[in-house]
Design a protein around this ligand. Structure first.
Ligand code: BGC
Length: 711
């Protein structure tokens, strides 16, 4: 008998349930939960895993209780939300998505895994793969944005980065793909609200990132808090057992979200903890995170015949298998002993700066005032986010320390030692006070340029942070209007965890940068872009609406029977606003200017097994070296089921010297043009397919060619 069989045979029912019980540590608590006596629970085998408990000594202390003092000596599994860095904090995921660079996505996850495992952590609740098309939803900040293909690329890169080549290695962190699934589609963008999407949308948009995570070997998956058409995800047997386990062959661990098993009662599908536990376990949820329902309810559920011992055993086996794969049985103290803190800190800092500046999106640049001329003598740095180092960490900062974060003020001062930089906050992020505005205005009098740092606080996005108003909070608009009224050149740095609807600002400011929450190196990253040390390359992974009334808004819409046509009454629009976004998906300016030409598809007559070579010429027509980002979209204009106007199939980048011209080529397998057919199988229908390439999803900037598919 193998180790797991031997253990299972020796376990009491209480010890089995203990393996399925995850408890929140007293170190940090992220939601409602009960703690009980953790140490006693570990000793008696009633707790199999902990979350929010980190630090090599702290972890080894509890691990010792499990290994040396519990009857069977099963090691604990230590989990933590290592979302965008652990000690070194990288940009929030939505900002990182702006890179469109899987190699860097993987690198930041690897760095985070190295740091978290040094702190004894073995499991992260990441990557978050929720496609989100509604910026009212605060959790848009935690994910990859609106596109399913991008989310799938991120799923693979992050899973590989966290888990490394060998899950048992001392620096490998088990990944949890979350939140399964369609959480981003909560009704009206309201946190925790119900979701109802078609099976087609589920299969085309929300499930592919999870397929990608499973294909990349994710150790765990977390069902979302929400219900999908009345079936809470925590009890959603058709999707968890049917799709994930049977269709996809996922053999890893399913971990409930925080208290979600108990919340099955609130959802109205379970009368008590016993029924809640039974529903979740039967749906395949192996670990109950903090709700205590498995402990309170599973034995009784067994008596009532609601679950079988075989089902409990299957879950315990999966948990033990994960512990074994992580190498915890062989050496439970491996994580936290590998190398001292501080090793490779500098390298990770550089990575944070590189990823930070690559995440910045130059949204507008009306007058060419950037980069700041090197001879600039005096800058007024105004706004409540200019010296807000803590905010730069964003809503999920793991073990990242606020005092290590570089504010925009500090970053600019370091970059421009000869320049005088005067700073005033003017107003608070959310407060109603306006008495600081006049001093801020006065400070601008002698400045050559004003850098205005506006936006949200970190806590205004993330979990339980939906907003109906996507404008600037507090009195920031009053401050901005006062500054814009001075007639000085004004550059705005917008810190936020979501797109903000600020048409008035985009119209009046000379340049606006989306600077999100960029982590520890935020200030240096912003300074690199402002001074031109780095030429911006970030591209929007979400359409940026003009008005909250337009959401949900996304580029890969289906064609309407009466498509939008300016000035045409009976077309798909609003009476009071055009339907197009403020900035399309993929938008992002550069200090360079690129021209695209000569798009070609080869061959133009194709068969299902072929690969299409798509190429185009890119020319840097500016005097500045820069990086172009090219998006390849496909369209099936006539199909048995209507297909989106554009579907992203590939992204490439090209670095070009002034006046340089280069050719960019994709190899697009014809099978990538298939879609989910009527029976939810991939179908490839003969006929004409369009290929469009551009620097964003803006239809007016796309070059097009076509291929004809014959069977
Ligand atoms: C969140 C999860 C997170 C968990 C553990 C929940 O509230 O929804 O994303 O992993 O807490 O902290």
């Amino acid at each position: 008998m193998g180790r797991i069989d031997t253990l299972l045979a020796a376990m009491t029912i209480e010890e089995k349930i203990g393996q399925l019980n995850m408890v929140a540590s007293t170190l940090a608590v992220t939601g409602p939960g009960q703690l009980g006596d953790i140490h006693e629970g570990i000793r008696t085998g009633r707790i199999g895993s902990l979350l929010n408990h980190w630090g090599a000594d702290e972890v080894h202390a509890v691990q010792r209780l499990a290994v040396e003092e519990s009857r069977l000596g099963v090691p604990l599994l230590l989990g933590l939300d290592v979302i965008h860095g652990h000690r070194t904090i990288f940009p929030v995921p939505l900002a990182e998505a702006c890179l469109f660079a899987p190699d860097l996505w993987e690198k930041t996850a690897r760095a985070a895994a190295e740091e978290a495992t040094q702190d004894g952590v073995a499991l992260t609740f990441a990557p978050m793969l929720d496609v989100a098309r509604d910026p009212r939803w605060g959790r848009i900040v935690e994910g990859p944005g609106e596109d399913s293909w991008v989310a799938s690329q991120m799923a693979a890169a992050k899973t590989l980065g966290f888990q490394g080549q060998d899950l048992a290695a001392a620096d490998s962190l088990a990944a949890t793909a979350k939140h399964f699934c369609a959480y981003g589609a909560v009704t009206a963008g309201r946190e925790y609200a119900s979701v109802d999407v078609s099976e087609r949308t589920l299969r085309e948009i929300y499930l592919p990132p999870f397929s990608a995570a499973v294909a990349a070997g994710t150790a765990a998956v977390m069902p979302a808090f929400i219900d999908l058409a009345g079936v809470p995800m925590t009890a959603n047997a058709p999707l968890l057992q049917g799709w994930l386990r049977r269709e996809l062959g996922f053999e890893g661990v399913l971990i409930s979200d925080y208290n979600a098993v108990a919340e099955l009662m609130n959802h109205g599908v379970a009368a008590d903890a016993v029924e809640a536990a039974a529903l979740a376990l039967k749906a395949g949820v192996d670990i109950d995170m903090t709700s205590d329902c498995y402990v309170r309810g599973l034995t009784e559920a067994l008596k009532r015949g609601l679950v079988t011992m075989a089902e409990i055993d299957a879950s315990v086996r999966r948990v033990l298998d994960l512990k074994q794969r992580l190498g915890l049985f062989d050496d439970p103290y491996r994580r936290g002993s590998a190398w001292p803190h501080g090793a490779r800190d500098a390298e990770r800092g550089e990575l944070a700066r590189e990823v930070g500046r690559r995440a910045i999106v130059l949204l507008t640049h009306r007058a060419t005032i950037l980069p700041l001329p090197p001879e600039t003598q005096r800058i007024a740095l105004i706004g409540p986010l200019a010296a807000a180092s803590r905010e730069m960490l964003g809503p999920w900062a793991s073990a990242g320390r606020a005092q290590d974060a570089v504010s925009i003020l500090e970053g600019l001062k370091a970059a421009l030692p000869q320049c005088r930089i005067d700073h005033a906050a003017g107003v608070e992020i959310t407060g109603e006070k306006t008495d600081g505005i006049s001093a801020a205005v006065d400070l601008c009098a002698e400045a050559a340029i004003v850098v205005l740092c506006l936006g949200e606080s970190a806590a205004m996005s993330g979990e339980a942070a939906s907003r109906v108003d996507l404008g600037l909070p507090g009195r920031q608009r009053a401050l901005a209007e006062a500054i814009l009224g001075l007639g000085k050149p004004v550059v705005v740095a917008l810190s936020s965890g979501r797109p903000l609807t600020l048409p008035w600002l985009f119209e009046r400011a000379d340049a606006v940068l989306a600077t999100w929450f960029l982590g520890h190196e935020a200030g240096h990253a912003v300074a690199d872009v402002l001074t031109g040390k780095f030429n911006p390359t970030g591209r929007l992974p979400v359409s940026w609406p003009r008005h909250v009334g337009q959401v949900p808004i996304f580029y890969n819409e289906l064609p309407a029977g009466r498509p939008y046509a300016p000035g045409v009454h009976y077309s798909s629009t609003y009476l009071d606003l055009q339907p197009t976004p403020q900035f399309p998906f993929g938008h992002g300016l550069s200090y360079s200017r690129f021209a695209l030409s000569d798009l070609r598809c080869k061959p133009t007559q194709v068969h299902p097994e072929d690969t299409i070579e798509v190429s185009l010429a890119v020319y840097n027509e500016s005097p500045v070296l820069g990086e172009a980002t090219l998006f390849l979209f496909a369209r099936d204009p006539v199909a048995s089921i209507a297909r989106p106007l554009l579907e992203l199939k590939g992204v490439q980048k090209a670095v070009l010297a002034p006046g340089e011209r280069t050719e960019v080529t994709w190899r697009l397998p014809v099978k990538d043009l298939s879609f989910v057919g009527p029976n939810f199988e991939p179908v490839l229908e003969p006929g004409r397919f369009e290929i469009h390439v551009g620097q964003s999803a803006d239809p007016s900037g796309l070059l097009s060619c076509a291929v004809e598919l014959t069977k």
